[in-house]
Design a protein around this ligand. Structure first.
Ligand code: PBE
Length: 268
C-alpha cells in the first residue's frame, strides 16, 4: 500500500469511545466499507475522547474521533463530520425511549410521561453545555426544567403524581445520555412523585436490564442503526416508546482546520 497522508499525520488512529457503544460497531463497519485496513480504532470512553480532542485542538494538531450530535463539542469547537457516501453510519437516526414489558400496567403515570417525553437537539444542547461548563447534571436538570416549564407541563399535563413509588432508569455515561437521564429523573421526582435511581452502566447491560425487567426504562436507544445489534437481540423483550429525539447523527469528526473531507480520503 502506498500509505495515506492523513493516516501518517494521525498515526492511522481513530479515537473511539467505550467498546459497547454502537458507534464503535459503525466505525468497524466503516473501516471495512472503505477498505481502511491500515487503521486502528482506539477504545476508551466518551470523556477520554473529548479530552484527547481538546488537547489536539489546543495544539492545532490533526485528530479523528468518533462523534455524534447532539454533543456540546460542536458548540465548543469548530468541527466537521467527514462525508460518509457509503452510509456506514446510516441515515435518519433517532433516540428512542424503551421500557420494560409490564411498565405500562405497573407504573402508568411514569409510563405515560416517558411515552410523551420528546425534545430537540437544541434543547438538549443547552443542558449539555451547562454540564460541560461545570454545573452538576442534577442542577442542570433543575435549571432546564425551571426555564422550560412549558415543555415540562406538556409532558406531565393531567398526570396524577404518585407517592414515592420507585423507578429505575439506566444509561451510559455518554454526555447526551447524562443530560436526558438526569432530566427524566428530575421531572419524575419533582413533578410526578417518584423516587428514581439512575443506574450508570455499559451499553450491553443497559439493554439487557430493560429486556430482563431489572430496569424500568432507558432514554438512550439509538435507532435504527447505532444500536441495531441490541435491537435485533432484544426487540421482543422491550416496549419501544418511540423517538424522544429525531435528526441525531453519528460519524467520524475532525477539527475544521483539517483539509480532509470524506472517509474515502482515508484510503491508501
Ligand atoms: N453514542 C451516543 C452512543 C449512543 C449515544 C452515539 C455515543 C452509541 O452507542 O454509539
Amino acid at each position: 500500500a502506498g500509505g495515506n497522508a492523513i493516516g501518517e499525520e494521525v498515526g492511522y488512529q481513530i479515537i473511539g469511545i467505550d467498546p459497547g457503544a454502537g458507534i464503535m460497531k459503525s466505525t468497524d463497519k466503516a473501516i471495512q466499507d472503505y477498505g481502511l485496513s491500515d487503521w486502528k480504532l482506539v477504545e476508551g470512553s466518551g470523556a477520554a475522547m473529548t479530552a484527547t480532542l481538546e488537547k489536539a485542538i489546543r495544539n492545532k494538531q490533526p485528530i479523528i474521533v468518533t462523534g455524534w450530535t447532539p454533543h456540546w463539542m460542536f458548540n465548543k469547537y469548530d468541527l466537521k463530520y467527514l462525508e460518509d457516501p457509503k452510509k456506514s453510519y446510516g441515515d435518519a437516526e433517532e433516540i428512542h425511549t424503551i421500557a420494560r414489558k409490564g411498565l405500562k400496567a405497573d407504573k402508568p403515570v411514569a409510563y405515560e410521561f416517558l411515552d410523551r417525553f420528546q425534545w430537540t437537539s437544541d434543547e438538549m444542547g443547552e443542558m449539555m453545555s451547562a454540564i460541560q461548563a461545570g454545573t452538576t447534571p442534577e442542577q442542570a436538570a433543575k435549571d432546564w426544567a425551571d426555564k422550560h416549564a412549558d415543555r415540562v407541563q406538556e409532558w406531565t399535563k393531567g398526570l396524577q403524581p404518585v407517592n414515592g413509588d420507585t423507578l429505575k432508569l439506566s444509561y451510559v455515561a455518554w454526555d447526551s445520555e447524562i443530560a436526558s437521564t438526569n432530566l427524566l429523573k428530575y421531572v419524575l421526582e419533582h413533578n410526578l412523585g417518584y423516587k428514581v435511581t439512575a443506574l450508570q452502566v455499559e451499553a450491553g447491560p443497559m439493554w439487557t436490564g430493560v429486556a430482563s425487567g431489572d430496569v424500568d426504562a432507558t432514554p438512550a436507544a439509538w435507532l435504527p442503526l447505532t444500536h441495531a445489534d441490541y435491537w435485533a437481540k432484544y426487540k421482543d423483550q422491550v416496549d419501544d416508546l418511540g423517538a424522544n429525539m429525531t435528526g441525531v447523527k453519528t460519524g467520524l469528526v475532525v477539527p475544521a482546520y483539517m483539509e480532509v473531507k470524506s472517509i474515502e480520503d482515508l484510503q491508501s
